[in-house]
Design a binder for this molecule. Sequence first.
Ligand code: PBG
Length: 325
Amino acid sequence: MTYPEHRPRRLRRNEGIRRMVRETKLSVDDLIYPLFAAAGRKIRKEIPSMPGVFQMSVENLVKEVRVVQALRIPAVLLFGIPAKKDAVGSDACSDDGIIQTAVRAIKDAVPDIQVITDVCFCEYTDHGHCGILTREGEVDNDATLDVLARSAVTHARAGADMVAPSDMMDGRVAAIRAALDEEGYQGIPIMSYAAKYASGFYGPFRDAAESTPQFGDRRSYQMDPPNAREAIREVALDIQEGADIVMVKPALAYLDVICRVRDAFDLPVAAYNVSGEYSIVKAGEKLGWVDGGRLMMEILVSIKRAGADLILTYAAKEAAKALEE
Ligand code: PBG
């Protein structure tokens, strides 16, 4: 009988020692909580495929943000669901649009929370694509840049602390940066959805934001899932154009991409633990097949371990509670 010379198990014997040698620590400071602002009043409508996630009208949203702040989550990401959609997504560029109204109300009531706004057109257009269409029904890149920039300026004017373009048009970060600077918002950072894939994991979100494309899909602007080198190129372009934080999205099926982006650049890296990643855990838990809470914390720590500094997640509130314990 030979006995092992090296015994890694010594450092796993009890929680005290495990705590000392733990390499990755998830903190409440890493979390960003996405919220859906709906036009109207007295709305608090749960998304069937996303238990615990609601569309909320502004007064309920403000209440929710107070809860988020009490949990010490530093930031929320806002999506808007307008009263009316049209071909050019007019609500997204209106100073009285749903997102602008929501930002003003939140910053008024809870000034210390960082309000990040999603800049995109899919929630505002009647066709559900992320920009303006050509006559042939393709998303017109350069025409979209103009409206994205205008939309971002209205968000900043309403008091947004940061804007997050999620449309995946070429050149949008430069266009938004230039427009913000011109209007005097040099201090407002851009968190770009830099490597955003055309993913099946967005399914539940599209119910929540009512943004399913009415024809076709998003593959002509979002990235092809098998590509990782291309993500480096996308991130490099966004950084050149002025992005302050770069995001990889989705997170769980793209941990390798997070890891590569982390290694290649020194800017803060965010990862979006998207709707489908949340829903499958909740569904598994409901079936009694998995321990949802445990899975969620394991997923979040794996995203951090892969190299993300910030995690956008619908589980932010539960994670914050678990981290307090
Ligand atoms: C808008 C946008 C999407 C998500 C964030 N911003 C949906 C999409 O591209 O279809 C997805 C978020 C999620 O699934 O949680 N372009």
